[in-house]
Design a protein around this ligand. Structure first.
Ligand code: ACO
Length: 311
């Protein structure tokens, strides 16, 4: 496909709404999509680590089976997304290289530790809840392969969110120690979850262009507000409090007000200075190196069969 000039492209988008891999598109549109889809894929893969940490210590066989399935779903999401990125002419191995060398990002949220079992609940409820809020509109993203991948990903994420809610509900209705554990997890994960939506709109360099191109359908702040509005009533149902005394319903706005987010924390974590950045990357790189023989064997097997089929 050829590079298309941005003005013709915006006109085509207005009629057509969806762009497919063989369509002409502006180079900058392609570049933005590769950036966002790769970052999204990397997040799914790195996101396996905080919860993977609890698979061997989940409190029952049933909880262990559910958590294993969930972590495996995240791997599947990462693979879909790498495939979606590859339809734009990039190579998965190169994207992984860029992650490992720090040239591509992954979501800030996965740089926080999972200290207790309740953190698995808080990640399901809050982190996956924020992910769904951000990703449901991406089902209508202008790039076909990304939008279609999001449909299945969102269905699985809603199941993940329910399982997180259920873990916290069980703990919050358990012993005083279990309840305290649930509250502590929510206290630690609330603000970082709000940061997942990215910087405020007036400090978000990519938003205006991505919205004009139909990649993003809503702004970072609009999605953050939508998440707060959805989550406050759920926290009441759980009997847990959100660690923000400024949360209150605003009749005039028709939304919940909430306190000021410390975005310096987001920028520090994105720069690599979060509590677990070094650990997450070291683990990822080691897993990739340890898996080299599997990739080599798979490639050798495929080459052997290609020769056999050709003969
Ligand atoms: N963590 C890490 N980096 C972030 C975060 C975050 N929470 N929020 C913003 N950034 C980065 C952006 O990638 C961008 O950096 P770059 O230009 O070097 O790529 C920079 O901060 C400025 O932000 P924006 O201009 O607002 O960037 P963008 O328009 O891409 O919006 C957003 C950021 C909302 C995260 C968008 O990329 C998106 O919707 N991505 C798809 C969803 C996703 O990646 N989810 C991953 C977590 S959920 C999960 O995996 C379960």
């Amino acid at each position: 496909p050829a590079d298309l000039d941005p003005e013709t492209f915006v006109e085509l988008l207005a009629d057509e709404d969806r762009v497919e891999p063989r369509d002409d598109m502006p180079a900058a549109y392609r570049k933005t999509l590769v950036r966002q889809i790769a970052q999204h894929a990397h997040s799914e893969i790195i996101g396996m680590q905080p919860e993977g940490n609890w698979i061997s210590r989940a409190p029952s066989l049933k909880r262990k089976a559910i958590l294993m399935a969930k972590v495996q779903d995240e791997a599947g999401h990462g693979l879909y997304l790498y495939s979606a990125a590859e339809t734009l002419g990039v190579d998965r191995a190169d994207l992984i290289d860029q992650l490992h060398s720090g040239r591509q990002k992954y979501s800030s949220i996965f740089n926080y530790p999972t200290l207790t079992w309740a953190d698995v609940g808080a990640i399901g409820w809050l982190v996956d809840g924020a992910a769904i809020t951000n990703q449901v509109p991406l089902c209508r993203c202008s790039y076909g392969p990304y939008s279609r991948a999001m449909v299945r990903v969102c269905k699985e994420e809603s199941f993940h969110q329910r399982q997180g809610f259920e873990i916290l509900w069980t703990l919050s209705h358990g012993s005083p120690a279990q309840r305290a554990m649930a509250q502590d997890a929510v206290d630690r994960y609330w603000w970082p979850s709000l940061m997942m939506f990215g910087p405020p709109d007036d400090d978000s360099p990519n938003s205006a262009q991505s919205m004009a191109w139909g990649i993003k359908r809503f702004s970072n702040d609009d999605l953050r507000q939508r998440f707060v509005d959805m989550t406050v009533p759920q926290s009441e149902a759980l009997g847990l409090t959100l660690p923000d005394p400024e949360i209150r319903w605003n009749d005039e706005r028709g939304h919940y007000d909430f306190g000021t987010i410390d975005f310096t924390e987001l920028f520090e974590v994105v720069k690599g200075n979060g509590p677990c950045n070094a650990e997450r990357m070291a683990h990822k790189v080691k897993a990739h190196e340890d898996g080299a023989w599997v990739r080599e064997a798979a490639a050798a097997y495929a080459a052997k069969h290609a020769v056999a089929e050709g003969a």
